[in-house]
Design a protein around this ligand. Structure first.
Ligand SMILES: Cc1ncc(COP(=O)(O)O)c(C=O)c1O
Length: 386
């Protein structure tokens, strides 16, 4: 942060823009400002950049460029996917099957669809944060239109078994929508291997700016009927109208290209830092509980509860550390995380949860510093309490 040496370990909330991404998008904010719909040199140049970015984004998930619909981010993509599928559905399928630990972008759309008459099933998860595949298979029937399960949970980093979920959806002829906001660029994703028909992605989780994302819509062997939500000039093949955010799209394309080139090494580095942070906290403090599956977890996320503390107080005691509490604050109260509650954890465990999100620009020294701050804060807090 300029002028403030805050240490940023909240990369699940959002990431800084990679300087290489900024470099790639800047020309489209300066001289190359054309509208890709325009039929002159400015427009052609912008359109070409958009198509190149489309191919880069598609390549990272083994899709085709023409299966990418640009949006403003994962929230819009999920709205388009789920509402769009139901609006276009003509047969007897009226069911949506999802999971209790999904992002609100999915759960709130599910609630809204329920009010419009959809049959919504919200499945529980186990203590590790994983959905029970047998229960999923029971819930998905020939009345199910879509199964919507996220790739990586934003609070715990837990990775669902996408391949198995895709198989269950396909066996009953349902679509599989995956919210991959926390998975894209963080783990390898293959829409064919995982049987994913629709995928929501956000730019600002992978070092591109906020306000850009896409929805992958399978368009090859299977025609995925998604009605448009935003009507207008017929952009994106009529699937999402509105003048394209060219600089943002170029940025997302560049971010996807960088992720393709660097993902493997980055995963190793993040896992090493994440495990070092976890080990120091465990070695130096009692009562450190890991929230979520230790094995099925994305590399950069560490969600732990520090027994006998509350996360808001730990954060206040570490004012130069930017992390997240596993709780949501509003003016009146602090609510325990619904994700951790759905995993069966007690309210006190949920209220003592801290989420560390390590990212591309974090260093070993920063991780050491963060561990020192948290250990000192928790020791002081516990000593005061006696
Ligand atoms: C899992 C998940 N889904 C959806 C979103 C929403 O993404 P966006 O900010 O691009 O709308 C987020 C971002 O917090 C997320 O983590």
């Amino acid at each position: 942060m300029s002028g403030n040496p805050t240490l940023y370990l909240d990369n699940c909330a959002t990431t800084p823009v990679d300087p290489r991404v900024l470099e790639a998008m800047l020309p489209y904010l300066r001289g190359q400002f054309g509208n890709p719909s325009s039929k002159h040199a400015y427009g052609f140049e912008a359109a070409e950049a958009v198509e190149e970015a489309r191919d880069d984004a598609a390549r990272l998930i083994h899709a085709r460029g023409d299966e990418i619909v640009w949006t403003s981010g994962a929230t819009e993509s999920t709205n388009l996917a789920l509402k769009g599928l139901f609006a276009a559905a003509t047969g007897k399928r009226n069911g949506l099957v999802t999971v209790a630990t999904e992002h609100k972008a999915t759960l709130d759309v599910a609630k809204w669809l329920g009010r419009q008459g959809a049959q919504v099933t919200v499945l529980p998860v186990d203590e590790a944060g994983l959905v029970d595949l047998n229960r999923l298979a029971e819930a998905v029937t020939d009345k199910t239109l879509v199964v919507s399960v996220m790739g990586v949970n934003n609070e715990t980093g837990v990775i669902q078994d996408l391949e198995a979920i895709g198989r269950i959806a396909a066996e009953s002829g349902a679509y599989f929508h995956c919210d991959a906001a926390q998975a894209f660029g963080k783990m390898s994703l293959d829409v064919d291997a995982f049987g994913i028909d629709l995928m929501s992605v956000s730019g600002h989780k992978i070092y591109a700016p906020k306000g850009v994302g896409f929805l992958y819509v399978r368009g090859r062997e299977k025609k995925t009927a998604v009605a448009e939500l935003i009507h207008g000039g017929g952009h994106e093949g009529g699937r999402r109208s509105g003048t394209l955010n060219v600089p943002g799209i170029v940025a997302l394309g560049k971010a996807a290209q960088l992720a393709r080139e660097e993902l493997k090494d980055e995963q190793v580095r993040l896992r090493r830092m994440r495990d070092a942070l976890h080990a120091r906290l465990e070695n130096e403090l009692d009562g450190v509980l890991l929230n979520g599956s230790p094995a099925c977890r994305v590399s950069g996320t560490l969600n732990i509860s520090l027994s006998g503390t509350d996360a808001q107080s730990v954060m206040m005691a570490c004012p130069r550390l930017a992390v997240s509490a596993g709780s949501a604050c509003n003016a009146q109260s602090v609510e325990p995380s619904y994700v951790l509650k759905a995993m069966g954890y007690s309210t006190s465990r949920a209220l003592s949860a801290l989420r560390f999100g390590l990212g591309r620009f974090n260093t070993d020294e920063e991780v050491e510093q963060a561990a020192t701050w948290v250990v000192d804060a928790v020791r002081a807090m516990r000593a005061r309490r006696g």
